[in-house]
Design a protein around this ligand. Structure first.
Ligand code: AMP
Length: 251
């Protein structure tokens, strides 16, 4: 069985985000970009499944500008067998990414697709659900534990929900999205970084996959959150109550 893993290139989680002066989005020029942390977890899970002998190949897919190849190389250095880059300079929103993934499923025929539960740049948390819907496959979202039974052709997915743990049994093929506590992703070792340079990355354009890049969403404006006002130290409980009542109007 083949596992397809979607890995997105995003602004590194440790970078302080700056909004562009024209408010059209977030500054990405000369900013450190990395693999979306939830996608690292997705790839790690796929690699563990392969290491346990339940999958024969892990294929990493990234969509976006030419620099996505760096993200794919990181994925290949972690252990993915090969990469697929769908190149597009236009912004790709979840529905388009889901359509492109569906088109790749038609070519690659994976038994499982693993995605991050959300990308930390757009925080959409939509792509996994949309691709499952488009394919008509069952979905186990926010997985905190994944077990595959290849004989029965099912995946058991444990997910953290508000009142505890929910366990789902999905018929394969299926879509899984990963939560934070699923695993601890590995670091790429130097020999594997060297090996990754010779692994294959196949390129597609959205046109070659018969997907039109368009969006029904228009980003009207991106602004920074309002600056927090400095706090004040009150000298008595009476003063605190007075401020809460007459300034903050919360009591
Ligand atoms: P989102 O729905 O945008 O929050 O993204 C959820 C997940 O979909 C990500 O963690 C990735 O696994 C996948 N994904 C979204 N956009 C892309 C992309 N451009 N390239 C590869 N994977 C993506």
């Amino acid at each position: 069985m083949k596992i397809l893993v979607a890995i997105k290139r995003v602004v590194d989680y440790a970078v302080k985000i700056r909004v562009k002066s024209d408010k059209s989005g977030v500054e990405t020029l000369n900013v450190k970009m990395s693999m979306n942390p939830f996608c690292e977890i997705a790839l790690e899970e796929a690699l563990r499944i392969k290491q346990s002998g339940l999958a024969s190949e892990v294929v990493a897919v990234s969509m976006g500008p030419s620099q996505c190849v760096d993200t794919l190389r990181t994925g290949l250095a972690m252990g993915a067998d090969r990469g697929i880059h769908v190149e597009s300079t236009a912004a790709l929103y979840p529905l388009t990414v889901a359509k492109l993934l569906k088109a790749l499923v038609d070519v690659e025929k994976p038994g499982v697709i693993i995605l991050g539960k959300q990308a930390i740049d757009d925080d959409c948390n939509q792509t996994g659900q949309m691709v499952a819907g488009l394919l008509g496959w069952p979905q186990g979202t926010f997985a905190s534990k994944v077990l595959l039974d290849m004989e029965k052709q099912v995946a058991t997915v444990e997910r953290e929900v508000d009142d505890g743990l929910e366990t789902l049994c999905l018929d394969l093929p299926a879509v899984i999205t990963t939560d934070l506590r699923l695993n601890q992703p590995r670091y790429a070792t130097l020999p594997n970084i060297m090996k990754a340079k010779s692994k294959v990355i196949k390129k597609y354009t959205p046109q070659e996959l018969n997907v039109e890049v368009k969006s029904d969403i228009e980003i009207v404006e991106v602004t920074e959150p309002p600056k927090r006002k400095a706090g004040v130290i009150v000298s008595s409980v009476d003063e605190l109550i007075d401020k809460l009542r007459n300034e903050a109007h919360v009591i």
